[in-house]
Design a protein around this ligand. Structure first.
Ligand SMILES: *[C@@H]1O[C@H](CO)[C@@H](O)[C@H](O)[C@H]1NC(C)=O
Ligand SMILES: *[C@@H]1O[C@H](CO)[C@@H](O)[C@H](O)[C@H]1NC(C)=O
Ligand SMILES: *[C@@H]1O[C@H](CO)[C@@H](O)[C@H](O)[C@H]1NC(C)=O
Ligand SMILES: *[C@@H]1O[C@H](CO)[C@@H](O)[C@H](O)[C@H]1NC(C)=O
Ligand SMILES: *[C@@H]1O[C@H](CO)[C@@H](O)[C@H](O)[C@H]1NC(C)=O
Ligand SMILES: *[C@@H]1O[C@H](CO)[C@@H](O)[C@H](O)[C@H]1NC(C)=O
Ligand SMILES: *[C@@H]1O[C@H](CO)[C@@H](O)[C@H](O)[C@H]1NC(C)=O
Ligand SMILES: *[C@@H]1O[C@H](CO)[C@@H](O)[C@H](O)[C@H]1NC(C)=O
Ligand SMILES: *[C@@H]1O[C@H](CO)[C@@H](O)[C@H](O)[C@H]1NC(C)=O
Ligand SMILES: *[C@@H]1O[C@H](CO)[C@@H](O)[C@H](O)[C@H]1NC(C)=O
Ligand SMILES: *[C@@H]1O[C@H](CO)[C@@H](O)[C@H](O)[C@H]1NC(C)=O
Ligand SMILES: *[C@@H]1O[C@H](CO)[C@@H](O)[C@H](O)[C@H]1NC(C)=O
Length: 715
């Protein structure tokens, strides 16, 4: 049977070949290559469409497969992010000998397919034509086989974001014709001397970043580069540990350097002004130990479009003429230094600047008018300084503004009306200032994911416009003087109600359950919260809050709320944290609340609740006395107070007609809550996201998240 099909395959092939040679028709794919491709597909668990697209028998027409028009051999495979599993499942074992059957293969792209281990990895060394190998964004845990370092045609190698280990020196030393190497985010270790690259004359892209066990040495032994590199990324790889933590000297004879990333290396010295001229486009010195002042005085013009000097020990004033020597800057990050004085007018004159981060310095004074007037700013972070005056100058107009972070300053006044010109805002964080006044007319920000007003002195009712902002995910109104009622119309919100799956992301660090988690680019539905705590809100908790089924955290504590805990709360099926403590709530704790599966934080202490604490194994074990204390008439586990027979009768369902009337009257706006910090810290997603996100979606997520972050930071 097997022989028969093999024979008929050969025959078919022969006939096809003859016909095609004679009549010039396009040739189909070779049978043994097709079989290999099918096996590759099976071991990767790819979705059906990759194998039988339109039921084509000709594998050359399959998605992602390219054959040579002359020989019909498969020459390129593009299988990036094609895993269609609903469930991530276990990492895949991939047998590389399957590929060695594709003898003419030139490009192999297997990015992002949950590959955990390669079996027979040395087999791909048989592919003498292989020019491009991309195994990035998998979780391959292997030493690199020695023969990979001798692949004769290899030009582009991407092993980024895996768990490859071992000795980079022996691996890279012989690849002297290579053009692009990316081995970032792996577990390579040992000492790597740049002298091994001396004869790699075509090298134009080299990324060794974030191999924390690696030690990269550029000074000893002395060597002379025969390459002119364009993109050099040496972040987080213990650069020049043994030669005084200095900036590599060979950079002064690199004439095409476009990107240079030296971040996270403990480099020392004063501001390397020369790099502003030696690098043409993107320069990052982030997270080192540079000291001293930003160069003042007249400098030669630089063409840099992005400059990141954040998280060093620079001090003094920002230069008064930065606009003259860095006129092209689009992104400038000077965060986390000790810059002092005012935001200088020179920053204002950077007329292309779209992303400006001056946060966590010692800056004082007001936000200059020019910075916000008719400005291309897309990201503005001035948080954690000592800036004062109004949040933004009176006639601000920033049509593209998306991220606005002004928290932890000493701003006064109200939310500026001119923000109505910034309707793309996704995040407003003005927590911890001295803002005050009533918020009567807040612009309706249709894209807004997080509105964080906590720790100010705002008063009056929460603005009704909240109910029109469909994308809201986090609301922090805590620690203000908001009064009136919690708006019942909050149930208009689509994200909280899960009317649709939101797909824009807000990076936030959200405190729930007493812990602060770092979220890297949250799909809006994943983490949601409302924090109205520590205000003077009164009246009932609207029943409608129970419709916000996507809510994960609700904090209404320390207000003057009255009435019952709405029974509708049983519909808050995703709630993880509920804090209603320090109010004047009455009646029983609705027994339905024990049905909320994920509830791990629950506080109703210091109210006037009564009756028996509902229980099931979940409820009575995980919550302690402190969740319930300070309620005179509450009884049962975990409180000491035993229930008498009567306690069961008041089940909290007897609505008090007087209170109901009150509720009708106080159908005013509302308050919500949550704690949010914005942050780009990376750790979280790699762990949690794969667990929470549906699979189809996950593929796209991983495909886009890097792009998105890149976009976020670079636009
Ligand atoms: C290597 O792959 C990673 C992840 O897939 C990607 O972000 C990076 O841009 C690639 N490197 C190069 C040089 O293309
Ligand atoms: C590099 O190539 C040379 C010559 O082809 C060979 O002798 C040597 O063993 C190779 N080195 C490594 C580390 O593979
Ligand atoms: C790595 O390999 C090179 C060349 O084969 C060798 O000289 C060096 O000692 C090795 N380094 C480590 C840390 O094993
Ligand atoms: C580079 O090439 C030169 C001359 O061809 C040779 O002397 C030198 O040893 C080579 N360096 C390395 C690191 O292979
Ligand atoms: C880099 O800067 C140094 C010091 O200013 C200078 O000598 C060298 O010519 C510059 N190199 C390039 C490629 O611009
Ligand atoms: C600026 O740098 C700080 C510290 O390195 C970092 O946390 C922040 O995300 C950066 N901002 C931008 C916009 O890249
Ligand atoms: C604020 O800045 C100070 C130093 O200027 C730093 O120590 C602190 O961590 C920063 N706080 C936040 C919330 O970023
Ligand atoms: C806002 O962004 C758009 C599209 O990127 C751009 O065309 C426009 O010039 C920007 N607006 C300002 C004021 O820079
Ligand atoms: C608005 O901004 C322009 C341009 O900077 C400035 O000339 C004007 O005085 C400002 N108007 C007000 C009312 O601040
Ligand atoms: C709770 O209600 C009692 C009686 O109605 C009242 O005396 C007390 O001030 C209220 N407490 C709060 C925090 O509103
Ligand atoms: C809970 O939701 C269900 C269906 O979504 C609805 O029928 C029910 O009335 C809700 N319960 C309460 C108490 O709101
Ligand atoms: C803004 O700056 C603060 C303080 O440096 C930092 O913690 C935060 O991550 C920055 N926000 C964003 C969105 O980059």
């Amino acid at each position: 049977m097997n022989n028969f099909s093999a024979d008929s395959g050969m025959l078919f092939l022969l006939i096809t070949t003859i016909i095609c040679c004679n009549f010039g028709c396009s040739q189909g794919c070779l049978d043994d290559e097709k079989t290999a491709l099918q096996q590759i597909g099976q071991s990767l668990g790819y979705g059906y469409e990759y194998f039988y697209p339109g039921s084509s028998d000709d594998c050359c027409r399959w998605d992602g497969i390219y054959c040579s028009p002359t020989t019909s051999h498969v020459i390129r495979i593009f299988y990036d992010y094609i895993k269609e599993d609903e469930d991530p499942g276990f990492p895949v074992f991939l047998d590389m000998s399957l590929f060695s059957q594709l003898k003419e293969l030139q490009e192999l792209h297997l990015r992002g397919n949950n590959i955990g281990e390669l079996t027979n990895p040395e087999e791909i060394c048989k592919l003498v034509h292989l020019q491009w190998l991309d195994l990035s964004a998998n979780s391959i845990e292997d030493a690199v086989p020695p023969c990979w370092g001798n692949m004769p045609s290899l030009r582009t190698l991407n092993l980024s974001k895996n768990r490859f280990q071992g000795n980079l020196t022996s691996f890279l030393a012989n690849l002297s014709k290579i053009e692009s190497i990316d081995v970032s985010y792996n577990l390579f270790e040992g000492l790597l001397s740049f002298s091994i690259f001396a004869n790699h004359s075509k090298l134009s892209h080299l990324d060794l970043s974030y191999n924390y066990q690696l030690e990269v040495e550029t000074e000893n032994p002395t060597w002379h580069p025969r390459f002119q590199v364009q993109h050099l990324l040496l972040a987080g790889c213990n650069l020049n540990r043994q030669s005084g933590q200095i900036i590599p000297r060979f950079l002064s004879i690199q004439y095409n350097l476009q990107t240079l990333d030296l971040s996270s290396n403990l480099l020392v010295g004063s501001f390397p002004t020369w790099l502003l001229h030696n690098v043409s486009s993107v320069l990052s010195l982030r997270s080192n130990s540079f000291v001293g002042q930003f160069p003042q005085g007249h400098q030669k013009k630089s063409t840099l479009s992005k400059l990141d000097i954040s998280n060093n020990h620079f001090d003094g004033h920002l230069p008064i003429n930065i606009d003259l020597f860095l006129p092209q800057l689009k992104g400038f990050n000077a965060s986390s230094n000790q810059f002092s004085g005012n935001i200088p007018p020179s920053v204002v004159k950077l007329k292309y600047v779209e992303s400006l981060d001056l946060s966590s310095n010692l800056l004082s004074g007001v936000v200059p008018v020019g910075l916000t007037y008719n400005s291309p700013l897309w990201y503005l972070n001035l948080s954690n300084n000592s800036l004062d005056g109004e949040l933004l100058p009176e006639n601000c107009s920033m049509p593209n503004l998306t991220w606005l972070l002004l928290h932890h300053n000493i701003f006064v006044g109200n939310i500026p009306a001119c923000l109505s010109k910034s309707l793309s805002l996704k995040l407003i964080d003005v927590r911890h200032n001295h803002l005050s006044g009533t918020i009567l007319s807040l612009p309706v920000f249709m894209q807004l994911g997080a509105l964080l007003l906590g720790e100010n002195q705002f008063r009056g009712p929460p603005p009704q416009q909240l109910c029109q902002m469909q994308m809201l995910q986090f609301l922090d109104f805590s620690n203000n003087n908001f009064s009136g009622n919690i708006p019942s119309c909050l149930n208009n919100n689509s994200v909280w109600r899960k009317k649709f799956q939101a797909n824009s992301w807000v990076p936030v660090d959200f405190t729930t359950k007493g812990n602060s988690y770092l979220y890297q680019g949250i799909p809006l539905t994943l983490m949601t919260g409302i924090d109205f705590s520590a205000n003077i809100l009164a009246g009932f908790i609207p029943d409608e809050i129970g419709e916000l089924a996507e809510l994960r955290s609700l904090n209404l504590s320390q207000n003057h709320l009255t009435g019952h805990i709405p029974k509708s709360f049983k519909n808050l099926t995703n709630l993880e944290s509920l804090d209603l403590s320090h109010n004047n709530l009455t009646g029983q704790i609705p027994p339905e609340i024990v049905q909320i599966d994920f509830l791990t934080t629950f506080f109703v202490a210091f109210n006037n609740l009564s009756g028996r604490i509902p229980s099931n194994e979940h409820f009575s074990t995980i919550f302690s006395e402190s969740s319930f204390e300070g309620n005179q008439e509450l009884c049962g586990e975990p409180l000491q107070r035993k229930c008498s027979g009567n306690d069961n009768e008041d089940d909290g369902r007897k609505e008090n007609p007087k209170e109901n009337a009150e509720e009708g009257l106080v159908d005013k706006p509302l308050f919500f809550y949550s704690f949010v910090f914005v942050s780009y810290a990376v750790g979280f997603w790699s762990v949690i996201a794969p667990l929470c996100i549906g699979a189809n979606w996950r593929r796209k997520y991983f495909a886009t998240i890097d792009g998105w972050i890149e976009y976020l930071l670079t636009r």
